[in-house]
Write a protein that binds this ligand. Structure first.
Ligand code: SF4
Length: 456
């Protein structure tokens, strides 16, 4: 039996693409394997968002070259594929830097993976031209795994933030049709999925063709999807503050399936830095969006992205970021030191912030964000929350799942509860997970808000 090893780096979109590439290979008879040394095809689905990410790919390729040579000596052929955003950004350069690579394929072209592997028998191939055809029309049926799944509804981005490679590696914003998304969602739910996270680089800019040919927005789409029998929860990520339309904010108060969790990157609290980043909004706009969401869904869990040390960032401007964080309070967040990305406008800008200053600022920011995350987790202790059980837990007799706020919870219950909602009293908050006890039939926290949503 031929075997395929698919490894993905970076964002949820990459995770989704990796799952679809595994579908493409499975349709060709490749069984998935977690053991790279057994694989006849190895796919690295790469991320280009930070310097370290690209470097990691080349060191991994170095290890794979040794493995490939060892398998060749044993008469076993190994095909190495580089996919994802580094493939899109660097293309043929990867073939010259890494002689063991057979195929380089961009995020919009992986529906052609089987053909490219066949072509690579003659010569090594690169396929990163943005295709005319829509890859989704050429992908095999989606195989389902587990209780929660990502579903791409929108790709690409038209925002061109000065530090970001996405508009160059993923192209312009494209939204899938409601019909195509609905068909994929229904298939997922028939396969046992109970929670779907709608993903896009700028998911709240979604504007896909509706059944009536009119343009459907994200709340329109979610209203249709939540009617799928068996689907319990909906989430969406990643959003831009400027696309948080009134209807989308209102949906957090009216759609029972939409979970009270929002990942809304802000990057900085300083208007000058936001302008330099070309984020197209100021800090006041962000604060206003948050206030309007909290007015509709007071218990919402907020998450965000932050960059410290953007070119020219002063101590005073960093202090504005700290002030915004302290004021808003985040349940979770991702924070990074600025690293110039080749091909982005900011890459060649001078007035770089010294590395040690970046490190000090990142440590201060992460200290504050950690405090807030612990406080958010601790506030759940003593409450009864509805947990969607996803899998068996770490210990025998234990299961693991997520709260509506996307917090992981471990508690004792039979695995027959996987895929169901169980009321759980939270008894302890660990650093990364909550611990609880099942309380069948108990009223759950947030039911009021959810009830209001159902009634609306
Ligand atoms: S909105 Fe997000 S994906 Fe788009 S350019 Fe900005 S950071 Fe990149």
């Amino acid at each position: 039996m031929k075997k395929a090893f698919v490894k993905s780096y970076g964002c949820q979109m990459n995770a989704y693409d990796a799952a679809r590439m595994a579908d493409v290979l499975a349709a060709e008879g490749y069984a998935p394997t977690e053991a790279v040394e057994e694989a006849d095809v190895v796919v690295l689905n790469t991320c280009h968002i930070r310097e370290k990410a690209a470097d990691k790919v080349y060191s991994e390729l170095g290890r794979l070259r040794v493995l490939k040579n060892a398998r060749a000596e044993a008469g076993r052929e190994t095909k190495i594929v580089v996919a994802g955003c580094v493939a899109q950004a660097e293309g043929a350069e990867i073939l010259s830097r890494a002689p063991s690579v057979d195929v380089v394929v961009g995020p919009q072209n992986y529906h052609r993976l089987t053909d490219l592997l066949v072509q690579s028998r003659q010569k090594r191939v690169v396929d990163t031209e943005f295709p005319v055809e829509d890859k989704f029309d050429h992908l095999p049926a989606r195989r389902t795994h587990g209780v929660s799944a990502f579903l791409t509804v929108q790709e690409g981005c038209d925002k061109f933030c000065a530090f970001c490679v996405v508009p160059y590696t993923r192209g312009a914003e494209v939204s899938r049709s409601v019909a195509a998304i609905l068909a994929e969602a229904e298939k997922l739910v028939r396969g046992g999925v109970r929670e779907i996270t709608l993903i896009g680089q700028n998911v709240n800019a979604y504007h896909g063709a509706g059944a009536d040919g009119a343009s459907a927005t994200l709340p329109d789409l979610m209203r249709i999807l939540q009617e799928i029998p068996g689907l319990l929860r909906l989430r969406y990520t990643t959003s831009h503050p400027n696309d948080m339309a009134d209807a989308l904010i209102a949906a957090h108060g009216t759609l029972p399936a939409l979970m009270p969790y929002l990942h809304l990157p802000v990057q900085s609290g300083s208007d000058r830095v936001l302008k330099a980043m070309n984020r197209k909004h100021d800090a006041a706009t962000y604060r206003d969006v948050i206030a309007r969401i909290r007015a509709v869904r007071p218990d919402i869990a907020l998450s965000s992205d932050f960059i410290v040390g953007f070119p020219g960032e002063t101590e005073a401007e960093f202090a504005e970021t700290m002030r915004l964080v302290a004021e808003i309070g985040f349940a979770s967040a991702f924070s990074f030191k600025y690293s110039p990305r080749p091909g982005t406008p900011a890459a060649d800008w001078a007035d770089a912030v010294p590395e040690d200053v970046k490190s000090r600022r990142l440590a201060a920011l992460q200290g504050l964000l950690d405090e807030q995350r612990h406080a958010f987790n601790a506030a759940a202790v003593g409450t009864v929350v509805e947990v969607l059980v996803e899998k068996a837990g770490r210990h025998p007799g234990q299961v693991a799942g997520k709260t509506p706020h996307l917090l992981p919870v471990q508690f004792d219950a039979p695995t027959s509860t996987i895929g169901t909602l169980v009321p759980v009293r939270i008894v302890r908050a660990g650093s990364n997970s909550l611990f609880g006890e099942a309380v069948p039939g108990a009223a759950v926290a947030g039911a009021a808000a959810a009830g209001a949503a159902a009634a609306a």
